[in-house]
Design a protein around this ligand. Structure first.
Ligand SMILES: [Mn+2]
Length: 382
């Protein structure tokens, strides 16, 4: 059998509030569906975060319905689990898709049966395939050892989950690889947005990763795609998706003036084909304030040169030393730090709070995204 395996499609996500970005996420999804149909796949598997939210906007719902209908017309079943993004506090739109027969949500409670001390996982059978899974909730891990999969004889069995294992990243992991139920032929997980492959005993565990860049951090590595899995050869082939390009320029502005910095960025704005460009500025300027950097000129040049969007990040950049500081008076950082310590913050929390103020004062509409990325980088957010 041929299985198409993907994950973290985050339909409905529109990063940087640009309409085209929503279409980029749609486009990646459609390409996977096209591939499944053209390659005559037997089944399509999705490991969570199909949508960016549990209640997507109507245009997003219509898009998903239309795409899944294409699979249905070819009799290709679509198996999924809800991920951390599409679970919601009460219910998930995945259950609507399930109810109208376009998807099997294996995280739906009808697939579990409580029996004595254990929970039987019933899953779904299709031809010789057996698929079951758990929703991408962290509290489910406490019940994990109670789960008893009911794997039919002579089937090719797949376990879907949506958790980061310790082997990928001990800080961001919510599950130990050793906790996963044994006896499956293939393990597929989402939540980690980069492609990752490992083994569980002699069986493969694959993370296809996200199909588009969900944030600025992801754009740094930016290889996106999905897996084609051959159950006879037990081979997983990664197929790369062509996505919109982005350029990230980290510029050390130490010893530069605001005009020189503006000029340097302008030079980097070569004619584009609707790419995205980001300038991350750092260091201490020779003179002037960061507000003197001409961001309007950068924006206008970027638009003239056909970029989809351009962003200048100043949070790591420092104004030139003011005379006050040189004269031995307190810097703004010191004053802020004292303020937070007086409020009962420890040194580390105060440092982080000051960093957040720096980000917020950029008055940037992607503040939340940037702040989240920073907190993640610092290990405060999973
Ligand atoms: Mn995700």
């Amino acid at each position: 059998m041929k299985l198409i395996v993907f994950s973290d499609t985050h339909l409905g996500r529109k990063n940087f509030k640009v309409a085209e970005r929503e279409n980029d996420f749609f486009s990646s999804f459609s390409k996977v569906i096209d591939y499944a149909i053209e390659s005559c796949a037997d089944a399509v598997l999705h490991a969570g975060d199909l949508f960016d939210s549990a209640k997507p906007n109507i245009n997003v719902m219509i898009f998903a319905i239309d795409e899944l209908k294409r699979l249905k017309e070819k009799n290709i079943p679509f198996f999924a689990i809800s991920g951390s993004h599409d679970i919601g506090s009460k219910d998930t739109f995945l259950n609507v898709l399930d109810s109208i027969g376009l998807c099997k949500n294996l995280a739906n409670k009808r697939y579990y049966e409580v029996a004595d001390e254990s929970i039987i996982m019933k899953g779904e059978e299709f031809k010789e395939l057996f698929v079951c899974g758990i929703p991408g909730k962290n509290d489910i891990i406490f019940e994990l050892e109670c789960f008893k999969p009911k794997i039919p004889d002579k089937s090719f069995s797949v376990f879907l989950f949506h958790h980061v294992i310790d082997e990928i990243n001990p800080i961001f992991s919510s599950i130990k690889k050793s906790m996963l139920p044994k006896g499956f032929d293939l393990y597929v997980s989402g939540h980690w947005h980069e492609r990752f492959e490992t083994m569980i005993e002699d069986k493969k565990l694959i993370y296809p990763g996200s199909t588009e860049n969900c944030d600025l951090n992801e754009m740094k590595s930016a290889i996106k795609g999905f897996f084609e899995y051959d159950t006879d050869k037990k081979k997983a082939k990664f197929i790369e998706l062509k996505i919109r390009k982005s350029f990230i320029h980290e510029i050390d502005c130490t010893g530069m003036t605001p005009d020189e910095i503006t000029e340097k960025m302008t030079e980097l704005l070569k004619p584009s084909n609707k790419e995205m460009i980001f300038f991350m500025l750092h260091g201490r300027m020779k003179s002037g304030l960061k507000s003197e950097i001409n961001r309007q000129k950068i924006n206008e040049t970027a638009m003239k040169n056909n970029y989809l969007l351009s962003k200048v990040y100043l949070s790591q950049l420092q104004d030139a030393f003011s005379e006050q500081v040189v004269a031995g008076k307190k810097s703004i950082d010191e004053i802020e730090s004292e303020f937070f310590m007086a409020k009962g913050f420890n040194k580390e929390q105060a440092r982080l709070a000051i960093k957040m103020i720096g980000l917020a004062s950029m008055n940037n509409d992607s503040f939340i995204e940037v702040a989240e990325a920073e907190l993640k980088k610092e290990g405060w957010l999973g």
